[in-house]
Design a protein around this ligand. Structure first.
Ligand code: ADP
Ligand code: ZN
Ligand code: ZN
Length: 695
């Protein structure tokens, strides 16, 4: 007698209500089994969601089709993994199938059963095992943090200054976990692919190449399958990955680390818009694994949770090896002393059009003459953000987006950073024919050029000329380019590195003694309520790149050129007073009912016209008034998104807010079928973004 099984298959994004589909199987199948099933005319990968029950009577009306094949060489997906998928699907308003299948390597679907069997049999090529390194003697603060991780359940917020040795704490926590249970597994997440190689090296040096696998979107499908199988079979001890790794299958997961937990990259921005950091905490609960979130500048959400005791805060206020010089008051969470001194340059006192104030230039020059490195950042790539005609109103607008195309001097192009539309720079103004068209504003390319001119006469200690390099999305586009540039920087072949915020993240450059932010003011007055939080974190993390080598720490400086030197954000930065800054921001957020004190979701719509996009949002809002929980949520007006049109698609959004997370969740669940039933001519797509990061 055949069995009926409920199988989760890759269904369209918005069919969460549909849930698993029913199929027939000759043999009983346990929940979590991976199968291939027919869906329409395709054959797809699916996951058995509920244990099979015997088919008593066949319902003639429902055409149930048999399971095509069963990947029984691969162990079933665990119950906590399925719970994680179910939660994510409900919470983020996406279909079960979309979330489940996004967490599985595509080759599980694409390979034939024979190919898959061969992959499974293939012994993992025994990696060259080098002698495993032993870690350094731990500092008092590291020992204390580890002791607490051992003793309590967590989740933990490891609030550790840049260079305080957080990574060493992660390594030891994994080591102790393995000492207790040699078969256990750890998941270590980092925000950026760029940061994985460096961390991977440290983990491999400690635990051996055979224990560590990587998981990120930069891998080939074959590599992904290999890592996935190693983790799923329990052969790998440590999975190191970016946000997608939160869905990795780890049957003996005991520890989850989220490094730089404040980083916005943990939020997926398309498809199922999940927060890998938040899911990590949930997963810890489901799997009874300890969770450690680490940062020198925690997200205000996590900081607030540690204020309320929901997370246990572990403080490491001083830099490794610099404890003596540190005057930080760890308990309050502010640190100062061995950290680079913050120098604010008041741009009101500089001549107009000043790019580098004379003070900053002199400080950079001093570093060069001492053979030290400087890091200059500006959040704008390209040569100039706009090209404009000096005679008429023409500007380098993108014909497809509400944005300017950026002037790139290197290849003399105008490039749209939103849709990619690229053209050669015109010889003359396309409107009036004037040949005098000029760049307005400044990007990293121009900065590099100007700096080279300004430093032309400065020499290194050995009399050689200055070496200036640039690192941004343009300079690192080619495969391997980033690694090469980082290597040059580490080897000391670069004296001044100019770049976007990319250069400020995580890298452990040893010889940097000066970091400068040229023009960070825009974020002070942004309409995005998270902008100050992001700026503070960016500047403090950037400062953390300087003075990492003890011998040079004393002479290290963080420079900020600003028109608002008395802004409280900069005052807090000068004192390295994260806690003070967080308290002030949280107070404002509480008064305004903003996260983490209230919950938000965005309904976004894309359409052929702005009217259609907004009409859809208005219709959806109008149909929501009678829904359960509607009295506890506030629906705002439909508005165009900040960049209203991208690639000829008009975009609009509607904010939904509630003081209660669960009320918002109930409301969204009830709204989902309404949204699916709402039709609007010209509408291209819509999506719900729960806990959005940018509003
Ligand atoms: P963080 O992640 O907090 O920025 P890291 O863990 O990268 O800090 O540590 C900064 C530097 O200090 C690294 O080069 C690391 O090898 C070194 N380090 C960490 N802990 C110790 C220790 N207990 N003794 C000596 N050096 C250490
Ligand atoms: Zn003109
Ligand atoms: Zn464009």
């Amino acid at each position: 007698m055949p069995h009926r099984v409920a199988v989760v298959v890759p269904t369209p994004a918005h069919s969460s209500i549909a849930g698993p589909l029913s199929y027939l199987s000759e043999l009983p199948l346990v929940a979590g089994t991976l199968v291939r099933v027919p869906l329409g005319r395709r054959e797809v990968l699916g996951v058995v969601w509920d244990a099979s029950s015997t088919v008593e009577e066949r319902d003639a009306a429902v055409q149930e089709r048999p399971v095509t094949s069963c990947l029984d060489a691969v162990a079933p997906m665990s119950s906590p993994w399925r719970q994680l998928v179910t939660f994510s699907s409900n919470y983020y308003q996406r279909s079960l199938g979309e979330v489940a299948l996004a967490g599985l390597p595509p080759q599980l679907r694409d390979l034939t059963l024979e190919q898959l069997a061969r992959r499974l049999k293939r012994p993992a090529a025994a990696p060259r095992e080098l002698p495993k390194q032993r870690g350094p003697q731990l500092t008092g603060e590291q020992l204390e943090a580890l002791a607490q991780i051992e003793a309590a359940a967590g989740p933990f917020l490891l609030f550790g200054a840049t260079g305080s040795g957080k990574t060493e704490v992660y390594l030891r926590a994994v080591e102790r976990m393995l000492e207790r249970d040699a078969q256990s597994q750890a998941l270590v997440m980092v925000p950026e692919i760029n940061l994985t190689p460096q961390l991977q090296e440290r983990f491999i040096a400690r635990f051996g190449a055979g224990s560590v696998v990587a998981m990120n979107s930069g891998m080939t499908p074959a590599q992904r399958l290999k890592s996935w199988l190693a983790a799923h079979s329990g052969a790998a001890r440590i999975v190191l990955g970016t946000r997608m790794a939160v869905f990795a299958s780890l049957p003996r997961l005991r520890l989850i680390v989220v490094d730089e937990e404040h980083d916005p990259s943990y939020k997926q921005q398309e498809g199922a818009r999940y927060s890998a950091r938040d899911l990590a905490v949930l997963r810890g609960k489901l799997e009874q694994a300890k969770v450690v979130l680490g940062s020198a500048t925690p997200s205000l959400e996590s900081w607030q949770a540690s204020e309320k005791g929901r997370y246990r805060r572990l403080v490491m206020a001083s830099r490794v090896g610099q404890t003596g010089a540190c005057t930080g008051t760890g308990a309050r969470g502010s640190t100062a002393g061995a950290f680079p001194a913050v120098r604010l340059v008041d741009m009101n006192l500089q001549p107009k059009q000043t790019v580098f104030s004379p003070q900053l230039l002199a400080a950079i020059q001093q570093r060069i003459e001492r053979g030290e490195q400087s890091l200059i950042f500006l959040n704008r790539r390209g040569y100039a953000p706009v090209l404009a005609c000096t005679a008429c109103d023409w500007k380098s607008e993108c014909p497809h987006c509400t944005a300017f195309r950026v002037f790139h001097k290197i290849d003399r192009t105008l490039r749209c950073h939103h849709c990619g539309y690229t053209e050669r720079v015109p010889r003359a103004c396309p409107v009036c024919g004037n040949v005098d068209i000029a760049p307005v504003g400044r990007g990293t390319e121009q900065l590099e050029e100007q700096l080279a001119a300004l430093l032309a006469d400065v020499k290194l200690p050995d009399g050689q000329p200055v070496r200036i390099a640039r690192m941004d999305a343009d300079s690192t586009r080619l495969k391997g380019a980033l690694e090469q540039q980082l290597a040059r920087m580490h080897a000391g072949d670069v004296d001044v590195l100019v770049g976007t915020q990319m250069v400020t993240k995580g890298h452990d450059f040893r010889r940097i003694t000066l970091v400068a932010a040229l023009n960070p003011d825009a974020a002070l007055f942004s309409s995005d309520f998270r902008a100050p939080e992001r700026l503070f974190s960016l500047l403090l993390q950037a400062a953390g790149r300087a003075g990492r080598e003890q011998a040079r720490a004393g002479a290290s400086e963080m420079w900020v050129q600003t028109w608002h030197p008395h802004h409280p954000l900069f005052t807090a930065l000068q004192r390295y007073d994260y806690a003070g800054f967080a308290a002030q921001q949280l107070k404002e957020r509480e008064q305004a009912g903003m996260p983490p004190f209230g919950s938000q979701a965005l309904l976004r719509a894309e359409a052929r016209s702005q009217e259609a996009a907004q009409a859809f949002l208005r219709a959806a809002a109008a149909a929501a008034t009678d829904l359960e929980g509607a009295d506890r949520v506030t629906l705002y007006s439909a508005v165009p998104m900040t960049i209203q049109r991208v690639a000829n698609v008009e975009r609009a959004q509607l904010l939904v807010e509630s003081s209660s997370r669960s009320a918002l969740q109930r409301f969204l669940a009830g709204w989902q079928p309404v949204l699916q039933a709402t039709r609007e001519k010209g509408l291209i797509r819509w999506a719900v973004d729960v806990d959005p990061l940018a509003i």
